[in-house]
Write a protein that binds this ligand. Structure first.
Ligand code: ACO
Length: 157
């Protein structure tokens, strides 16, 4: 693995990342509405209760890469663990919402986010890790070791 620049560190999302620009970073991906800190915290605590861990069947993993210098989130991503009845009651990791802040793109942070999420998925016992992406991001995910399979279908409410 490439070393992360010493100014940066990767860790689980913290509730205080609300104040470190977590939602700002997600704006490179899609529409982000600021729900306010109280609603953000309630959502965080429902998804990421303090007493769950991989061994207790944690479902959601959200990570941040934070700049020590600016104390801002510069990249984020998540994986959730889907439990199945097939494949010997197997699990699948679904990677979602990969975002690197505009000024930090092209510095291998996206690659590091993906490597970290795949490691979490595999540690949770998933037999595969999958994601959906646009055609323009295919080369990035190929560099991360993914291969194109099948098609995405969507039905919006
Ligand atoms: N086309 C071709 N190659 C690419 C592209 C691209 N669009 N993006 C990255 N790469 C290559 C890099 O050149 C690098 O190659 P190298 O190892 O030969 O130098 C390798 O992929 C790793 O790139 P990173 O530097 O880690 O990429 P970055 O940190 O910029 O992260 C990301 C990539 C996540 C796509 C980022 O640019 C971003 O946030 N974009 C906007 C939001 C977005 O599209 N997110 C992904 C949505 S899909 C999902 O969430 C499941």
């Amino acid at each position: 693995r490439d070393a992360l620049p010493s100014d940066l560190h990767v860790r689980p999302l913290a509730v205080d990342d609300y104040h470190r620009g977590h939602l700002e970073v997600l704006k490179v991906l899609s529409v982000v509405n600021d729900p306010g800190f109280d609603a953000y915290r309630a959502h965080f605590e429902s998804m990421l209760p303090a007493n769950t861990s991989a061994s207790k069947g944690q479902t959601y993993y959200v990570i941040s890469i934070v700049s020590k210098q600016t104390d801002k989130v510069v990249a984020t991503g998540s994986v959730f663990i889907e439990r199945k009845f097939l494949r010997g009651l197997g699990s699948v990791g679904h990677i979602e919402d990969i975002a690197v802040s505009k000024d930090m793109q092209g510095k291998k942070l996206g690659l590091r986010v993906i490597q970290t999420l795949v490691a979490l998925s595999e540690k949770a016992g998933c037999y595969k890790t999958i994601l959906n992406c646009s055609d323009e991001n295919i080369p990035f995910y190929e560099k991360c070791g993914f291969k194109k399979k099948e098609n995405e279908m969507a039905k919006y409410a």
